[in-house]
Write a protein that binds this ligand. Structure first.
Ligand SMILES: [Fe+2]
Length: 252
């Protein structure tokens, strides 16, 4: 069923889940949310969360062993905090792209000010053979003020991920309004939970998909929650997603 490509359920590596028991609880609750596949995306953020791929893979192997009786597919990726050296750091192997094919990299920006030179940085990353994904644009204050600042990324076919909690209004009114605007305009490629705790910041997939289905119809809801996340894991190019009244982004 649904595929969650952004969460902090790998234990004790960032500001997400602390204990493996919480991870296991989170995975069991994920099944109840009809989520069949989870890609853990711990922060890699120089100076704040100095996670190396080796360390994260070690924790991931332990979790897989402990979770072997839970019927959910597990992958490992990361959520990379944008810096001007992102392309060089990627080529040095400092990051973990998503899924089996390792083509897509989840990138988050500073939330108060758009990072300088970000278009160039992401372009260089693409020259390294990597496809960046913009994590939760609806949470950035400059996007909330003027969502057209995302148009350059949309023109460059850079996928954007919106958060289930923002869709459900749990991250404030501005984030909700912006998430819905981006979805209405057909600018969003997929949804993910960005869950940090099974209790306090859960996956919310069922409710979010119900909202999407009501507002945009079955095909859009399916593309956002199933088809495009699956294609990311498989390293395939993404399908266009229709927004309000079947409207596609002019950049697709
Ligand atoms: Fe995150």
């Amino acid at each position: 069923m649904y595929i969650d490509l952004h969460n902090h359920y790998l234990p004790a590596v960032d500001d997400g889940v602390l204990k493996i028991e919480e991870t296991l609880l989170g995975l069991k609750l994920a099944i109840k949310e009809k989520v069949s596949t989870i890609c853990f995306t711990p922060h890699i953020w120089s100076g704040r969360y100095n996670n190396s791929p080796e360390k994260l893979k070690e924790v991931f192997e332990k979790v897989k062993e402990e979770a072997k009786d839970i019927k959910i597919k597990l992958f490992l990726g990361s959520e990379v905090y944008y810096s001007s050296t992102i392309a060089e750091d990627f080529s040095k192997g400092l990051y973990l792209p998503l899924g089996e094919k390792k083509k897509f990299l989840l990138v988050e920006f500073a939330s108060a000010v758009m990072p300088q030179g970000v278009s160039d940085g992401l372009y260089k990353l693409m020259l390294e053979g990597c496809e960046p994904i913009i994590a939760h644009p609806e949470r950035y204050s400059y996007v909330q003020k003027d969502y057209e600042c995302l148009f350059d990324f949309a023109k460059a076919q850079i996928p954007m991920q919106v958060t289930t909690q923002a869709i459900m209004g749990m991250l404030g009114r501005r984030a909700h309004r912006t998430a819905v605007k981006l979805l209405d305009e057909g600018l969003v490629s997929f949804i993910a939970s960005d869950a940090h705790s099974p209790e306090e910041r859960p996956l919310l997939f069922r409710e979010a998909v119900r909202f999407l289905n009501r507002r945009y119809g079955y095909q859009t809801a399916k593309r956002l929650a199933i088809d495009n996340p699956k294609r990311i894991l498989e390293g395939k190019s993404l399908l266009p997603v229709a927004g309000r009244k079947g409207k596609y982004s002019p950049f697709q």
